[in-house]
Design a protein around this ligand. Sequence first.
Ligand SMILES: N[C@@H](CCC(=O)N[C@@H](CS)C(=O)NCC(=O)O)C(=O)O
Length: 225
Amino acid sequence: MYILYGGDFTRAPLVQWVLEEGKIEYELRKIDILNGEHRTAEFLAINPAGLVPVLITPDGDALYEVAALMLYLADRHQLTDLAPSPTDPDRGPFLSAVFHVAGDIQSEMKRFHFPHRFSLRLADSAGVQDLAKTLILSRLDIMNMRLEKRGPYVLGSRFSLADFYLCFWVAYLDREGVCLQFPSIARLYDLVRSRPSAIPYLEETERMAAAYAEMMKKKPGGVIA
Ligand SMILES: N[C@@H](CCC(=O)N[C@@H](CS)C(=O)NCC(=O)O)C(=O)O
């Protein structure tokens, strides 16, 4: 059986959603990152980087990097409705979208949520957060143009985990603002959010995003050091 280390205010729900879509058995072990559980000796022995999520496979490997976990599970369990197989012509555009979200959107979300780590002075934090948001919006603008030309999903008429991945980060951002500004992303968000398996995850993510934004207001010096 798989073991997933995840928890609130993490991106682990992305992996949980794939596990549940694939009806794959797993045990969830919650790590409370607000209370620093990701930095305990016990967790660092599992992932020395001190980052969540981590997936322990039935073979005993400890895998990390959320995009890798989603792709690994989809490939390993042949969930071709979530990830086109390596010989499918859609595989290239699919990988391209997944890596774009991982490398260019998700990484800026880290700066958006942890601006204090990228600021030499506390006073610079708000500017770092604004800059991260501006960069994310410029990338969503391009995504929006692509969806406008060839939507409604990232792969045209075919849903894939790339859509859920993108929507997860939209849910963690200023969702309403993004949807107003980018109609094709709004349409995608509505479509993904209407999928029964996605509803609880996106709703929960919307709640987490609102709660995290409140915490950031109260602790401008950083919710997590
Ligand atoms: N590149 C990694 C980043 C993982 C990551 O940053 N996880 C966050 C939770 S979503 C975390 O563990 N944060 C704790 C921290 O940064 O101290 C991935 O995509 O899986």
